[in-house]
Design a protein around this ligand. Structure first.
Ligand SMILES: Cc1cc2nc3c(=O)[nH]c(=O)nc-3n(C[C@H](O)[C@H](O)[C@H](O)COP(=O)(O)O)c2cc1C
Length: 492
């Protein structure tokens, strides 16, 4: 997925606040449907994210960040790509940057939680714990601002004194962040304490960057028109709504709140379509039902032990069956697709043989496709493969063309690094010749032998420095990264 605009405007926006367990994909999509301009995901902890693998889910048309235990930690889709903010819990600048880089191609912005007083967030120095460590705040934010292509924001609570709050936010603004969300309560204050519109206002009047006012649910915000009143009372640029949206996401609808029954059904449809875990769906529905949990429907919901039972409780049994069937059919189609059928080599009009292949975990890092190709060229007394790589400015992805015996080969899939792109090009060449390509389980005795004989020698040839040309990235459609005449082949 590629985001076209690298900058997101935080002025005059209605925003769904980050909410643990609540801010998953179905809720975010629903909030967007009802008129939210920007939606935050729930706080996700940096260490957990760093264990995740990015997986394109072709059945659901989503991008999933999947933990080693196969749990989906963060699921997103194209529909929200330009509006979803990834909120992380972190206490370390380098980890924060690594997470930002992991998700930046799939989200519109990166936010750091500095307001959550709950133990799961403050332990390890995250969330509101950061408020007492401005040096660390500065390090995290400036590292993110320098290192990610997405706008960076943070969400804070106010400090015990206004003076300290103002000096903190001025310091935060100097890091270059795009906006700041302010929950107008102190760290130890609970939702029943009044929100300080005056403190948010003082911050908004002090800073030049957009201030996003938060904390108005219940006391100030009960329906759509209240959102603007809260914005005016705080003199903020934008308003972020948490609980009022959790209770009824149609709070963002200009025309006024929709009946809860209708909203819940819409929510359930998204939950089923995006295969949301039923416990999460149930949790969110319980937050909406609130005092109606004792109603017959509430009792059915309480008893539900699967998405199907949730659907049945809301008269959506037929919808569930139809959607499940549709997803099963998609799954079956994908499974039936043999790699050969998908990756059939095809020569296009440019004369380049192209296939949709990637160098992934199916390949051995010891005997790579590039090594196999080089070995084969040597055996066949052909000139060394020549790699030419370009980088696309839009998303900084790479594509490589390899020339062997005057024929060019290229993968149609763009890769995160030059190394991966070259490996993919080598796979296309090898596969179209029917040669071994270094897939795990495939034997290539001569290469193993060569490795053992000359362990210090890079079997793929000399290494050259990878060179991007940052100044030219935005001007040229493609940035050439050098021809590989000297075989710029790195080990993996
Ligand atoms: C269920 C729930 C989960 C929350 N999770 C987060 C979170 O993950 N990150 C965060 O910064 N704040 C979190 N918050 C705080 C809200 O984003 C918001 O700051 C707070 O509820 C005040 O806004 P409101 O008056 O609109 O509810 C959570 C609040 C609730 C009710």
């Amino acid at each position: 997925m590629i985001v076209n605009s690298l900058s997101l405007c935080y002025h005059n926006k209605l925003i769904l606040a980050p909410m643990v367990r609540v801010g998953t994909l179905p809720m975010r999509l629903l909030a967007l449907d009802y008129g939210a301009d920007i939606v935050y995901c729930e706080e996700l902890i940096d260490l957990k994210m760093l264990q995740c693998k990015r997986v394109v889910n072709e059945v659901l048309s989503t991008v999933d960040f999947v933990a080693p235990d196969d749990r989906v930690v963060f699921r997103t889709c194209e529909r929200e790509q330009s509006r979803v903010i990834f909120q992380m819990g972190t206490s370390d600048a380098e980890r924060a940057l690594a997470v930002a880089r992991l998700v930046e191609n799939d989200v519109a912005g990166i936010d750091v939680n500095m307001g959550c007083p709950k133990e799961y967030s403050t332990k390890g120095g995250m969330g509101a714990a950061l408020l007492s460590d401005p040096d660390k705040i500065e390090k995290i934010l400036s590292t993110l601002v320098k290192g990610t292509r997405r706008p960076v924001t943070c969400k804070i609570r106010i400090l015990p004194s206004l003076e300290d709050t103002l000096s903190l936010v001025k310091r935060i603004e100097r890091t270059g962040i795009a906006a700041i969300a302010v929950h107008g309560r102190k760290r130890e204050e609970r939702p029943q304490h009044p929100v300080s519109c005056e403190a948010i206002k003082a911050i908004a009047e002090t800073l030049s960057i957009p201030v996003i006012a938060n904390g108005g649910s219940h006391d100030h915000i009960q329906e759509y028109l209240d959102i603007e009143d809260f914005r005016q009372a705080t003199a903020a640029s934008s308003v972020m709504v948490a609980r009022a949206a959790m209770w009824n996401p149609s709070i963002f609808l200009k025309e006024g709140l929709r009946p809860l029954e209708e909203v819940m059904k819409k929510y359930i449809r998204y939950a089923v379509q995006y295969d949301n875990h039923y416990t999460n769906t149930k949790y969110c529905l319980c937050q909406m039902l609130r005092e109606q949990l004792e109603s017959p429907q509430g009792k059915l919901l309480h008893a539900a032990q699967s998405s199907q039972e949730i659907c049945e409780a809301f008269g959506l049994g037929a919808f569930y069956e139809e959607t499940a069937r549709e997803l099963d059919t998609r799954r079956a189609k994908l499974l039936a697709r043999t790699p050969e059928a998908v990756e059939e080599p095809a020569e296009d009009t440019s004369g380049i043989i192209k296939m949709a292949v990637k160098f992934d975990r199916a390949y051995s890092p010891q005997v790579t496709p590039k090594m196999c190709l080089l070995e084969w060229c040597r055996r066949e007394k052909l000139a060394q493969p020549v790699y030419e790589t370009v980088q696309r400015p839009l998303d900084r992805l790479f594509c490589s063309v390899v020339t062997v015996a005057e024929q060019k080969y290229q993968s149609t899939l763009w890769d995160k690094s030059k190394k991966l792109a070259e490996q993919a090009a080598a796979i296309v060449c090898l596969r179209s010749q029917g040669l071994p390509e270094g897939r795990l389980g495939e034997e290539s005795p001569s290469l193993h032998k060569r490795k053992r004989e000359a362990p210090d020698q890079d079997p793929e040839g000399p290494r050259v420095q990878e060179s991007a040309v940052p100044g030219e990235l935005c001007k040229k459609p493609f940035v050439a990264l050098g021809s590989g005449k000297d075989s710029p082949l790195e080990g993996w």
